[in-house]
Design a protein around this ligand. Structure first.
Ligand code: PLP
Length: 421
């Protein structure tokens, strides 16, 4: 309660902004992810890996816009690309030259992507990828992971049939090899696609085992099911995503977040024969309009972001920095003997307030939820901005000094809150 009081007292302008927002938007927000009680901190500006809120506090930004902010705020080369595009006219309603350059960069990098199409978000990418799978297989059902997140229309937390997915879904236990294989075989004649995050992101930065992904690959091949890797978040973990790191190639891949340098973006791509359902020359071509699919800002920023900045070497170095950070955080937890651990891959990390190995998303106890809120509040008080659920997604400007600052803040939390951990 004390930490909450301090949070509220320090943020009168954010509190007022929230009151105004509630008058015109349900719950006062337009992005469910960004709402938390008592009210979200409203940000004013960002530079590099630092941000300022509207009450004047400075933060080290480790949220990294939930992975979309990979390049940090106002990266000079990306700004230049955007400024150049703005000067040439925004809405041309025509094919451009940059989209095929950008598509070429993506096809060259991701082993599974022979052909690609752009969307405006990861959600759309997943919906259109699944439409392709349905058209290609003539089947209707999706197998997804319980606790997986593929966008607002494909949110599979909490078990049971999701209310908002506009198609039949079977939910399987992440990393549960035997149980998932049995479900696939039970529904094999109905399944158009299997969708999986090779590391569950929003559900807790929980990596899939290589064996689990290989089992999905084998079963999908055996039963003619379209294996889809949602790499909207995990594509950053190597030049060619987690699929390249694991050496397992899905049939379709979906992308989003950082790839257009921080401009709105989504994409789906994969095998030529499946993607051909979007070729207007296909006898049963599927529609995929999308006014902003090739918008000049995303296309221009994306070419520079992926072609020049987030090179193969940059992605390897970034993963190594994240792995080292997570090792250091876990060493702090062990040193203080607390029931707390950090999971993830490379630059994406999530704290969990329990000791047992984390194989799949779980329902937190009320105590865990309380500690998680305290973790967030203590870090905000220390001037470190993380996702409310605790996730951090390092941006490229985050260096050794910033990592050391986060490690010290986590250590301070372990010491101050030890009785609760
Ligand atoms: N897929 C994954 C794995 C995600 O993490 C997200 C967003 O967090 C999405 C899809 C949806 O992307 P968007 O928010 O761009 O619709």
């Amino acid at each position: 309660a004390e930490a909450r009081e301090a949070y509220i007292a320090a943020r009168p302008k954010s509190a007022a902004a929230y009151e105004r927002a509630k008058q015109v938007m349900p719950g006062g927000n337009t992005r469910s992810t960004l709402y938390y009680s008592p009210f979200p901190t409203a940000m004013e500006s960002g530079q590099g890996c630092y941000m300022k809120d509207i009450d004047g506090h400075d933060y080290l930004d480790l949220c990294g816009e939930y992975t979309a902010g990979l390049f940090g705020h106002s990266e000079a080369r990306i700004l230049k690309a955007i400024e150049g595009a703005i000067g040439r006219g925004l809405n041309l309603a025509a094919a451009g030259e940059r989209e095929s350059v950008f598509a070429g960069i993506i096809c060259a990098r991701f082993p599974s992507i022979e052909l690609v199409r752009f969307t405006n978000s990861g959600t759309e990418a997943n919906l259109f990828a699944f439409s392709a799978a349905r058209a290609f297989t003539g089947r209707q059902r999706l197998l997804a992971m319980n606790g997986g997140y593929h966008g607002g229309m494909m949110t599979f937390a909490g078990g049971g049939s999701p209310v908002n997915a506009p198609f039949p879904v079977t939910l399987a236990p992440y990393n549960g090899i035997e149980a998932t294989r049995a479900l696939i075989r039970e529904h094999k004649d109905e399944l158009a696609a299997i969708i999986v995050e090779p590391m569950i992101g929003a559900g807790g930065c929980i990596p899939a085992s290589r064996e689990f992904l290989q089992m999905l690959r084998d079963e999908a091949t055996a039963h003619g099911i379209v294996l889809t890797f949602d790499e909207v978040m995990t594509s950053r973990h190597s030049a060619g995503g987690l699929q390249k790191l694991h050496g397992i190639t899905p049939d379709l891949t979906t992308l989003g977040k950082y790839i257009a340098g921080g401009m709105s973006f989504g994409a789906f791509g994969g095998r030529k024969d499946i993607m051909a359902v979007y070729d207007p020359a296909h006898p049963k071509a599927l529609p995929h309009g999308g006014t902003f699919n090739n918008n000049v800002l995303s296309m221009s920023a994306g070419v520079v972001a992926m072609g020049e900045i987030f090179t193969e070497e940059a992605s390897e170095a970034h993963r190594a920095r994240g792995d080292a950070l997570r090792d250091a955080l876990n060493a702090v937890c062990r040193k203080h003997g607390v029931a707390m651990q950090f999971t993830g891959v490379g630059s994406m990390t999530q704290p969990h307030f329990r000791s047992e190995p984390i194989l799949r998303p779980y329902t937190q106890s009320a105590t865990e939820e309380g500690v998680r809120e305290l973790f967030f509040l203590d870090l905000m008080a220390a001037g470190i901005y993380i996702a409310r659920r605790g996730m951090t997604a390092l941006s490229l400007p985050v260096g050794e000094a910033e990592c050391a600052r986060y490690i010290a803040a986590v250590e301070a939390f372990c010491v101050a809150r030890k009785p609760l951990l």
